[in-house]
Design a protein around this ligand. Sequence first.
Ligand SMILES: NC(=O)c1ccc[n+]([C@@H]2O[C@H](COP(=O)([O-])OP(=O)(O)OC[C@H]3O[C@@H](n4cnc5c(N)ncnc54)[C@H](OP(=O)(O)O)[C@@H]3O)[C@@H](O)[C@H]2O)c1
Length: 214
Amino acid sequence: MKIALFGGTGPTGRYVIEEALRQGYALSVYTRDAGKLSAFEGRVAVVVGDLGNRDAIKACIAGAGAVISALGPNKQRSKEKRPVMHGVRTIMSVMEALGVHRLIQISTASYRDPKDGFDLKSRGLATMFKLLAHNAYDDIKATAALVSRSPLDWTLVRIPFLEDGPATDRVAVGWYGKTRLGMKLSRANLARFLVDQVAAKAFVRAAPGIADHV
Ligand SMILES: NC(=O)c1ccc[n+]([C@@H]2O[C@H](COP(=O)([O-])OP(=O)(O)OC[C@H]3O[C@@H](n4cnc5c(N)ncnc54)[C@H](OP(=O)(O)O)[C@@H]3O)[C@@H](O)[C@H]2O)c1
């Protein structure tokens, strides 16, 4: 099966590519800059375009069985408000047009799920992020709200601070305020969880929080 990957050029995206290849998936990776994927030449298909290019997004998703999005607002300035949300809206519209149902999107505690309990730590983190990086907070929250309302088989994977590190398979998964979730997650553990969700059904139409076991 082929996975279409968006946000594959960030530090997490690279782990996702390695993990998906390790699990035997073919990959079509969408990027604004093919040069950032030169390390994977010959191992993945690369489709170049920005998030406003519907035809290029369609070319990336065509033939895929699932879409993983590690898209998230980074330090590169965008003239547009909520660039990730607008991009994900186009991705979801293309998925519906092509009959591709499975979408796995990275998110954070900025998005509150109805199943969450009260949790001071994750709320504090989201509030701090809102104050320090309001545009990014707003984009992540709006993206998650959009995904959670879609008719697709979506999963929002809500994460804390990321660190480079190996996959330990020691990951806590659950809901803020109900599950003990730490503040750190290794990118390799995140990548494994994301790729595992392609075949797994447990978190379809759900927004689990995940973190490394503490
Ligand atoms: N780092 C953390 O501790 C942390 C914490 C919480 C959540 N997250 C989330 O985790 C995910 C991965 O984070 P990361 O630190 O590994 O990567 P990152 O540096 O945030 O990279 C995000 C990816 O999104 C793409 N992107 C961002 N804005 C875009 C735009 N306007 N148009 C097209 N592509 C765009 C980037 O492409 P380019 O390479 O072309 O810029 C990159 O591939 C993101 O969703 C991030 O928000 C990270």
